[in-house]
Design a protein around this ligand. Sequence first.
Ligand SMILES: [Zn+2]
Length: 234
Amino acid sequence: MRNKRNENSIRGFRAFCKLLPVVVGVLAAFIGIIILVNVSNPDKSGIEMLSLLKPQIPVEPIESAAEVFPDLEIQEDYLTVNDYSRPGDSLGMVKKIVIHYTANPGSTAQANRNYFESLATNPVTSASSHFVIGMEGEIIQCMPLNEIAYATKEANEYSISIECCHPDESGEFTTATYNRCVLLTAELCDYYHLDPETDVIRHYDVTGKNCPRFYVENPEEWDMFIGFVKDYME
Ligand SMILES: [Zn+2]
């Protein structure tokens, strides 16, 4: 009886030993797949965090972009300080320039700026941007550059946002909007000592939102945009 029980437990142990490599193999494969998925599809905000650690040269905060970059003929039309579009909180060191599209085809820069203003009295959401660039290339500055905008969630505290108008659903900028966006981005990078390769980002790169749509759906177009910003700076 006792021998039989021993035999049974030995058999059980052997069966377990035979199965062990299979279990370990399956586990290893599972972990491998998880690692592979993460490497091939890196968490954007992870990359974001790393590049935030770069040492940066401190610069004098800017309020009026029109004063610092007179050639860009920026129109100043500041929002009223309010909880939904211009909280009045101060922006620390600028580490990123974030590009957006308005997601409202055919709307003008002024209409988008006025929409942000309307949130003060009709707070359906929180939204704003430091700049809106219109389809004719006009640039409106909606708040001083030393204040945070409600544009890019967790990146609001260290970034300047540029909203770009667009004629249709594709989200592609007009040539005028595109060129002015390149110039403004390059001037800002130059002033804040930012590297376009790592410090000019899309809203998508922070939150995964499909913004600016055309430049998320066509990554080669985004690379080209960054290339133009770099060219302009050189
Ligand atoms: Zn956006």
